[in-house]
Design a protein around this ligand. Sequence first.
Ligand SMILES: Cc1ncc(COP(=O)(O)O)c(C=O)c1O
Length: 366
Amino acid sequence: MAITTPKYISELEPYQGGRPIKEVSRELGIPAGKIVKLASNENPLGVSPKVKSVIDASVNEIHRYPDGNGYYLKLAISKKFSLKPEQIILGNGSNDILELAARTVLSPGDEVIYSKHAFAVYEIVTKAIGAVGKKAIPEDNFGHNLNEFLKLISKKTKLIFIANPNNPTGNLIEKSKLLNFLSKVPKNILVVLDEAYDEYLSDDCKSQAFNWLSEYKNLMISRSFSKAHGLAGLRIGYGVGDERLINLINRVRQPFNVNYIAQVAAIESLRDDEFIKKSRSMNDEGKKQLEQVFREQKIQFIPSYGNFISFNLEDESKSMMYYQHLLKNGIIVRPISNYELPSFLRVSIGLRNENDAFIKHIRSFK
Ligand SMILES: Cc1ncc(COP(=O)(O)O)c(C=O)c1O
């Protein structure tokens, strides 16, 4: 007899990531060193040299289990952001945090609200539990429309996901709008504010949501070390919320969900503000470089607060032609039809020479 699964599992679409360099190299016969990957919003600078040296040294410890409670990393996060360690949960990437939050609060049939063009994982973690996703109609600029979120709230709503800045659209929600929204959401609904790209924001735009936690016990903030910190391959992120909520989420996670190397690397990375500053200014420069070519080519794009830009090529077939043309020339970008934006592609901002390669082949498209 065949194995059976709930219908909500067999109907799930797996997450589609950016294509790995080696896979494209094998398939197209292009040497891996000649391929430019601008498809997963990684930090093109790599990791800070200081972090690299602690990673090298940490290899001697990997025969031991890591500290399942991540004591020193929680301490480092709590000191940096004036939080209590008990308010923090560590995750195998912030993806883990999103999933743990969903598994902690949802039962089959419950409702979860997210924006129509929001990060794909919200839908996956919702459906994997048999809960029901409700997609809020976006603003005209594709960003989150929080009034539409409020309209979707029902007795069954248990969870709301908000990405700020959002991926793949790059929009940022103003603080006053977020606060107004939080004041209107019933307190039994968990609001997860996903701030994976916060480090890329200028000082005046940076999140202040940690300061809102004392008033909003139903708020949880997730952060990632995969983006500006350059640790995507180590898988590490964290969530911050009310101690009682964090205590509940802590019961659901794997005992050793964050590996040792990731923990020591993250501690060191939190100390290296210079590297984050450098990553941000390089990103700002690259963003200007790419925006300029989109304007020159009369390609519509969504102004982005992240380390990526989504741009509109009018229809799906043209966007696939651009995608294939770039790929053939060794440049991997990301189609985003799974985000209901089939005429768009998303490009991550790279090093100057990587952006130059992208620009050259955008210009050479016929
Ligand atoms: C908005 C957003 N949240 C969360 C993540 C998950 O990142 P990670 O699990 O690597 O921390 C991503 C990754 O692309 C993202 O774009």
